[in-house]
Design a protein around this ligand. Sequence first.
Ligand SMILES: [Zn+2]
Length: 257
Amino acid sequence: MTGHPAYGELRQVTPVASVVLENNPGSMTLDGTNTWLLRAPGSSSVVVVDPGYEDEPHLTTVLDTAPVELIVLTHEHPDHAQGAPWLASRTGAPVRAFEESLCRSAPPLTDGEVVVAAGLSMEVLHTPGHTADSICLRLAEHPAILTGDTILGRGTTVISDLGAYLKTLRRLMKEPDGVLALPGHGQELPDTATIAAEYLAHREDRLTQVRNARRKLGPDATARQIVELVYADVDKSLWAPAEWSVKAQLDYLNSHK
Ligand SMILES: [Zn+2]
């Protein structure tokens, strides 16, 4: 880490992707939510991915960068999606997401769809696991994938459906070398396929640990009891979200006997 993260500033990461960090740090949001602004060089308008909370200072920074042509949500969680109606009502930009109820003046995103806006072509990958509606966005012009909360800049993410998540990681592992991962929280990572492989190895380790813990504690062990055993190395502030992930792992073990 290089000093304190700068809130309210636009930071250019690739020739087509810049980020504004929202001032909402926390155990789940890391330094805060990354709001991504995408545009081809020379384009007068931008695509905003994940406006963040309805946080007026943050959204005003976003609003002041350039006319907003389109708002895209990587998933339904409020630290990504809540500010979308605010931004849409001030810009007239449509809102697109995989989950239909989040969309405004536009249809839901579909897997494999190529969205064209702000001079860019962006391919939608439906990548469920963190949530059922999670998507990634692949930028063709400069090889990068916006990963939302499917892959984070550090640590690991909370899982709601482990079977779906493992499939998602295997899909991202097939990306060619050198595709940047641009996450919803934390710093960008140099290689999406490598980080997806690391996440998969971590998930398999945790699954073995959960399986062993259940053997030790008995079949009636609660998710909380398993967390206390398996996540002893993790800060206690993360035990509540870890419990959701353990529930997802127990569901997975029960359906893959
Ligand atoms: Zn998030």
